[in-house]
Design a protein around this ligand. Structure first.
Ligand SMILES: Nc1ncnc2c1ncn2[C@@H]1O[C@H](COP(=O)(O)OP(=O)(O)OP(=O)(O)O)[C@@H](O)[C@H]1O
Ligand SMILES: [Mg+2]
Length: 227
């Protein structure tokens, strides 16, 4: 089922921060969303997740900050149970152990509340929650921002392996064009609350059309990056 949401928009404090936007993503497609800080990427991610869930789609969301996903008053075990319940899955300790091992959080104490875990561990826990089950779409907003480079690379490899045999589509929101270049089929560029460019990854990197895309691609040949 192709994922489609139309007329996504947002205003804050009397200002339009997301102009009416349509998003369509095919099953299994991986799409990158890039753009300058403040261009509206996270706003679009939130609006898309809310609308698709309201339409009944199964969407997993890794927000930019783990604070947005974790309730400081609840234990990590509670969060995990809720994530399983949200996907109507029975508790499965083996699945949990596999994901925790893969994300190197097996030593985290599930009885603790989020602030008993480091930021990087919290972020990996939220990624693990998003990988329970087989959602129609996985929206990941700067999923490796709190991780050191080695753990970040391992986490993205895990994500690749996880998506390889599934129809789950991916929207990867990132500042890291090098990371996106290697992992997505299509790139959307945001500028000032609008998607200004939407192209297959190679075309966009080789021949960016808009000033925002040109600015992102300038100075580096991103396809050459060994990541
Ligand atoms: N709650 C809010 N109140 C007022 N303005 C907001 C609010 N949330 C976001 N904004 C503004 O909306 C714009 C888009 O913010 P958003 O967080 O979506 O950008 P972003 O592209 O995700 O940035 P970053 O790359 O830094 O994460 C920014 O100008 C931001 O200041
Ligand atoms: Mg953001």
């Amino acid at each position: 089922m192709t994922i489609a949401a139309t007329g996504l928009s947002a205003m804050r404090a009397g200002r339009t921060i997301l102009y009416p936007t349509d998003v369509e993503i095919r099953p299994g497609e991986r799409v990158g969303l890039v753009g300058a800080s403040g261009s509206g990427k996270s706003t679009l991610g939130h609006a898309l997740v809310d609308k698709l869930r309201a339409q009944g789609a199964h969407v997993a969301h890794v927000p930019q900050s783990p604070d947005e996903a974790l309730d400081p008053l609840r234990s990590m075990a509670f969060h995990w149970r809720e994530a399983e319940r949200a996907r109507t899955l029975a508790p499965d300790p083996a699945r949990q152990q596999t994901l925790f091992n893969a994300l190197h959080i097996e030593d985290g104490d599930l009885r603790k509340r989020p602030w008993g875990w480091s930021r990087g561990m919290q972020q990996r826990f939220v990624i693990a929650m998003a990988l329970i089950g087989t959602p129609d779409l996985l929206v990941m907003d700067e999923p490796t921002s709190a991780l050191d480079p080695v753990v970040a690379a391992g986490t993205i490899d895990l994500l690749d392996a996880h998506l390889a045999d599934r129809d789950t589509a991916l929207l990867l929101i990132t500042h890291d064009l090098g990371l996106a270049a290697r992992r997505v089929h299509r790139l959307m560029v945001m500028d000032d609350g609008k998607i200004v460019e939407d192209s297959p990854i190679k075309r966009l990197l080789m021949a960016p059309m808009t000033p925002a895309a040109k600015a992102l691609c300038a100075h580096r040949n991103w396809l050459e990056l060994p990541c």
